[in-house]
Design a protein around this ligand. Structure first.
Ligand SMILES: NC(=O)c1ccc[n+]([C@@H]2O[C@H](COP(=O)([O-])OP(=O)(O)OC[C@H]3O[C@@H](n4cnc5c(N)ncnc54)[C@H](O)[C@@H]3O)[C@@H](O)[C@H]2O)c1
Length: 311
C-alpha cells in the first residue's frame, strides 16, 4: 500500500513511516524536512499550500494517508496561529487525500481535548478515561485537535468509498528519548519520572512511538466501514509514574482520588480497550522495558532460580 505520512520527519512520524516501511508498505514522508532513513521516500512540501498539496497528492496517487503534520506543542506559537494552522492542515490534507483516491485516511488528534490542566481546574468524570469521556478543550492546540477529529468525522459521513479515522496518541516517547534525548517538553524521561509534577498534568499518559506506529499499521490493515469516523486512544498500558497509578493520581489531582481507586497497580489512566476490541491493537512497550541508564528507576529483573523457575 502506498501511504503518505504527513509530518513524517517529526517525533511521531519518523517511527510511523519506519514501521510502515518495514512492514512492506510504500511509506512516503510528506514534510518540510526529510525522514532520517534514506530508504523512506521524501516529498518536501509546505502542506499549508493547498494547490501544491492537491497537485502533489494527485501525482502521488496514494492508497492511504496518515496525517500527523501540525504545530504539535500547546503554546509553542501564538494561539491564533496554532488554531488556524492545525485546522487548515487537517482539512487540506484529508480533502486532497480523498480527491487523490486514498481509500484510508487517519489523522492525529490528542488526549488534550479532554481538558486536563485547565487553569480553572479539571476533574475527570471517571477513570480510566476512554473515548466516551466528554471533551473540554481550553487552549488553541486542544481546540484545534478537536476540530481535526471533527474534520475526520465530517468526511467519514460523506465518503462512501473510503474509511477515515482519528487517534489520540498519548505523550509520544521516541526511541532516542528512552536513551536520554530531551522530550517534547524539554526534560528527559528519567527527569519526568523523578519529578511526578512534570507528568501529573496529563495524568501520566505516554506511548512509545513505535507502538503508535504499530497502531497506525494495524488501523491501515484492518479498519473497515464499521469503524469509519471512530476515534481511538493510543497509549501505553501503564502510567509514566513510579508510584502505583491510583496513588500518583491522588497526589497530583486530589479531586480525582476517588475515581483513581478504579486503577489497579500501575495501570494507565487512559484506556485503549476500544483499539484492542475493534482493531486488535495493544501497546507492547513500557518505560520499565525501554528506559535506559536509569537503574534507580527501573528495578533489575528478579534473579532466575536454578532450573529456570522464577521466584
Ligand atoms: N508528540 C506527542 O506527544 C503528541 C501527543 C498527542 C498528539 N500528537 C500529535 O501527533 C502529531 C505528530 O506530533 P509530533 O510530536 O511528531 O510533532 P513534531 O513537531 O515532531 O512533527 C510534526 C512534523 O510536521 C511537520 N509540519 C508541520 N507543519 C508543516 C507544514 N506546513 N508543511 C509540512 N510539514 C509540516 C514538521 O516539519 C514536523 O516534522 C501532531 O499532529 C501532534 O499534534 C503528538
Amino acid at each position: 500500500m502506498k501511504v503518505l505520512v504527513t509530518g513524517g520527519a517529526g517525533r511521531l512520524g519518523r517511527s510511523v513511516a519506519t514501521v510502515l516501511h518495514r512492514a512492506g508498505h510504500h511509506a512516503v514522508s510528506v514534510d518540510r524536512f526529510d525522514h532520517p532513513d534514506p530508504a523512506v521516500e521524501d516529498v518536501r512540501l509546505d502542506l499549508l499550500d493547498e494547490d501544491a498539496v492537491v497537485d502533489a497528492f494527485a501525482r502521488l496517487q496514494p492508497d492511504a494517508a496518515v496525517h500527523l503534520a501540525a504545530i504539535a506543542v500547546p503554546f509553542s506559537a501564538p494561539e491564533l496561529q496554532i488554531l488556524t494552522t492545525n485546522t487548515r492542515l487537517a482539512q487540506v490534507v484529508v480533502d486532497a487525500a480523498l480527491r487523490a483516491g486514498a481509500r484510508k485516511v487517519l489523522a492525529a488528534g490528542s488526549p488534550t481535548v479532554l481538558g486536563y490542566g485547565a487553569p480553572g481546574g479539571w476533574t475527570p468524570q471517571y477513570l480510566p478515561l476512554d473515548e466516551e469521556h466528554p471533551t473540554a478543550p481550553w487552549n488553541a492546540y486542544a481546540l484545534s485537535k478537536s476540530v481535526v477529529e471533527g474534520v475526520v468525522a465530517m468526511h467519514a459521513r460523506t465518503a462512501t468509498d473510503a474509511v477515515l479515522g482519528s487517534f489520540r496518541p498519548c505523550f509520544v516517547v521516541s526511541p532516542e528519548e528512552w536513551a536520554g534525548a530531551p522530550t517534547q517538553q524539554g526534560h528527559t524521561i528519567a527527569e519526568r519520572l523523578r519529578d511526578p509534577a512534570l507528568a501529573a498534568v496529563s495524568l501520566f499518559n505516554y506511548v512509545d512511538a513505535r507502538d503508535a506506529g504499530e497502531f497506525v499499521l494495524r488501523w491501515l490493515d484492518v479498519a473497515d466501514a464499521s469503524v469509519s469516523g471512530e476515534c481511538f486512544f493510543v497509549g501505553a498500558a501503564d502510567a509514566l509514574a513510579v508510584l502505583p497509578t491510583a496513588q500518583a493520581v491522588a497526589q497530583a489531582l486530589p479531586s480525582a482520588a476517588g475515581a483513581a481507586e478504579n486503577l489497579p497497580g500501575t495501570a494507565a489512566a487512559f484506556s485503549c480497550a476500544k483499539a484492542e476490541r475493534l482493531l486488535g491493537w495493544r501497546p507492547r512497550r513500557g518505560w520499565r522495558t525501554e528506559l535506559q541508564d536509569a537503574p534507580d528507576l527501573v528495578p533489575a529483573p528478579a534473579p532466575t532460580l536454578a532450573g529456570g523457575e522464577r521466584s
